[in-house]
Design a protein around this ligand. Structure first.
Ligand code: F6P
Length: 554
């Protein structure tokens, strides 16, 4: 297989980037009044403006040619057809089937999976109704108004992000805690706020073997038994979301209390499955269905729109352009909506666990950069923290700015202030501020020539920092669904172009194995342990230091 970076299409883009090195985005804007119209897309309730990237018509044409060379359309077809595109695990990747709606039909190897998907959604719907109506009662006969979702990675970040995002749609009087970290403080803090009589524990784990989740689940069960519940009450307070029925039964959770999904649903793509039960319990099943419907709209668009008008494709192509040709090794996710506070963390997993890979699908080391480092915070908080580096740092960082035009809580002029910042930042990042402008400004302030010479270099903004702006009318279940699906497909397209398998995650294994080996070497509080010898000098030394500290803590 020819490496993508050896293709003529890639070389052309390298030449484009070199040719544009001396041009500025300011000039590109001045040279094309219709730039905004040309480089924007309206789809599935979202609006994407990608004009503030250092693109020209030629570059866009060449990026599209690269997408064709990488066979984005063919791979997209293969994904929707249920082919085993996750080759290292020999699995289909069919999260789109989870949100296909009443008539959607998806199959894997000739077997229609939609029937099972709909059956599970119906089971979730029925369960939500019973909980919401108080028919599913706790051991003392009280209704369950509190949920503790115990899971990690995709079994935590998706449900947590979506539940946080949809706070205006919460059912009054209901609460959900998300416990993920094996740090016992995380669980303890949640349990401190819970009443065992009214709490439903959702053990969410695709594999039902994840150390953090199983440790938290075991401790939650012990807490429940210690605080009033009996063994025979477990079924009223513990349910499982998993693909592993055997392990769920082994943990003591009744088959009836298990909601299933399938190995063709990747953990980081699973919030649409039973893993979304915590979302549905907090916002209501109707809102959960709207979330699925929003994603479905984006799926339809992604499946059918020509590449040049396809939002996930064009977003991905800006990603490839910035990463491989402009040199941006980091990408910021900047939601101008407080309820999207967990979106950066969610997208870190979606993007970095998918595309943080150096081996191509054919088993060879790739010759180009792949997924960037993702990070972010809600605006305007980030502005007062790390935007300094975005504007004037030595590295180019690309960014997605995301905002609803109307807030779910229009409070005074807060939202206008927020939006003015949203717009000002992308304008500033694109335009920058030249030395001549800085000197003029300082002169206007009455500074001396010496002061101007000293200060002006510090006040110059190079500009040319690439950004995308994603707008929606309001952040609601539909637009959230659409937004998440947009990013899922964006990550997929980038992975196809980079020639990697975006759906495995072997890079998480080594640390897990070593942690299991080290676990017995860590002293219990007050215990003495022999000197560690099995590792490198640093790890041995740290184990000894920790054990010495813990030895005193008995
Ligand atoms: O270790 C990484 C990972 O496998 C993620 O891909 C996954 O989302 C997370 O762990 C949790 O896995 P599970 O749902 O099987 O507990």
């Amino acid at each position: 297989m020819t490496a993508i970076s050896s293709t003529p299409q890639w070389k052309t883009l390298e030449a484009d980037a070199a040719g544009l090195a001396r041009a500025s985005m300011r000039e590109l804007f001045e040279g094309g009044a219709d730039r905004f119209a040309r480089y924007s897309i309206d789809a599935a309730g979202l609006f994407l403006d990608y004009s503030k990237n250092k693109l020209t018509d030629e570059v866009v044409e060449h990026l599209l040619a690269l997408a064709v060379t990488a066979d984005v359309e063919g791979r997209r077809k293969a994904m929707f057809a249920g082919e085993a595109i996750n080759t290292t695990e020999n699995r289909a990747v069919l999260h789109v089937a989870l949100r296909a709606g009443a008539t959607g039909a998806y199959s894997i190897a000739g077997e229609d999976v939609s029937v099972a998907v709909r059956a599970e959604l119906n089971k979730m719907k029925g369960f939500c109704a019973r909980v919401h109506q108080g028919a599913f009662k706790g051991y003392s006969g009280r209704a369950l108004d509190t949920v503790v979702n115990i899971g990690i990675g995709g079994s935590d970040l998706g449900p947590q992000m979506a539940t946080t995002a949809l706070q205006p749609f919460w059912i009054g009087g209901r609460r959900t805690f998300f416990v993920s970290n094996v740090d016992g403080q995380h669980l303890a803090d949640a349990l401190d706020a819970c009443d065992p009589e009214r709490t439903l524990f959702i053990i969410a784990s695709k594999t039902f073997t994840t150390q953090e989740t199983m440790t938290n689940a075991t401790s939650a069960r012990a807490w429940f038994l210690k605080n009033g519940g009996g063994e025979s009450d477990i079924a009223k307070h513990f349910i499982a979301l998993s693909t592993n029925a055997e392990a769920v039964a082994g943990f003591g959770i009744d088959r009836d209390n298990m909601f299933q999904f399938w190995d063709w649903v990747g953990g980081r793509y699973s919030l649409w499955s039973a893993i979304g039960l915590s979302i549905a319990l907090q916002v209501g099943f109707e809102s959960f269905e709207k979330l699925l419907a929003g994603a479905r709209r984006m799926d339809e668009h992604f499946k059918t729109a020509p590449l040049a008008e396809n939002m996930p494709v064009m977003l991905a192509l800006t990603g490839v352009w910035n990463r491989n040709f402009i040199g941006a090794a980091a990408h910021a996710i900047l939601p101008y909506d407080q309820h999207l506070a967990r979106l950066p963390a969610y997208l870190q997993q979606a993007d970095m666990e998918s595309n943080g890979k150096r081996i191509g699908a054919d088993g060879s080391v790739v010759a180009h950069a792949t997924g960037p480092v993702l990070f972010g915070e809600p605006g305007t908080n980030g502005q007062h923290a790390f935007y300094q580096l975005l504007h004037q740092g030595t590295d180019i960082v690309s960014a997605d700015f995301i905002a609803p035009a109307i807030s779910q809580h229009e409070l005074g002029d807060h939202h206008q202030i927020l939006l003015s910042n949203f717009l000002a930042q992308t304008e500033a990042l694109m335009r920058g501020k030249t030395e001549a402008e800085v000197r003029d400004e300082l002169r206007g302030e009455g500074k001396t020539d010496a002061e101007i010479d000293a200060l002006s270099p510090h006040k110059v903004f190079p500009g040319d920092r690439p950004t995308n702006s994603i707008l929606m009318e309001r952040l609601d279940p539909e637009t959230l669904g659409s937004l998440i699906a947009l990013y899922e497909h964006k990550v997929f397209v980038e992975g196809v172009i980079w020639g990697i398998n975006s759906f495995d995650q072997w890079g998480v294994e080594l640390g897990k194995v070593l942690a299991r080996k080290i676990l017995p070497e860590i002293a219990a509080a007050g215990e003495a342990k022999p000197q560690a010898k099995a590792h490198d000098a640093s790890t041995n030394g740290l184990i000894d230091r920790i054990n010495a500290m813990r030895g005193k803590g008995g």
